[in-house]
Design a protein around this ligand. Structure first.
Ligand code: HEM
Length: 78
């Protein structure tokens, strides 16, 4: 049993939320949601049989995608 199970679920939800919040997600031109093949392969995890191709565009200003904490050598304050 993985002791990181609950942490992993929260980290994954947060990561997904960040991706959805930060980017506009679209399917490539000419591809509709109905056409997507949702088959999975059975391994240790269950990845898609065919990778999902998506077109993403930043939703927010570029500065918000950069590191949020940069040490300031002059003041030693972040
Ligand atoms: C998506 C994230 C994660 C996945 C898919 C995952 C998956 C697994 C799996 C399959 C096992 C083996 C379980 C077993 O043999 O019964 C395991 C064990 C373990 N995991 Fe994770 N894990 C994840 C995240 C984490 C995190 C975040 C931590 C720690 C912060 C962690 C710490 C451990 C440890 C210490 C073990 C060994 C447990 C033991 O020896 O009994 N895992 N994990």
């Amino acid at each position: 049993m993985c002791p990181g199970y609950n942490l992993a679920l929260k980290v994954m939800a947060l990561s997904l939320a960040n991706l959805l919040h930060g980017f506009v997600w679209k399917l490539p031109d000419g591809v509709t949601a109905e056409e997507l093949n949702m088959e999975e392969t059975y391994r240790l995890t269950m990845p898609r049989k065919f990778p999902l191709e998506a077109v993403v565009e930043p939703r927010l200003p570029a500065r918000l995608y950069m590191a949020t904490w940069v040490p300031d050598a002059r003041t030693c304050v972040g």
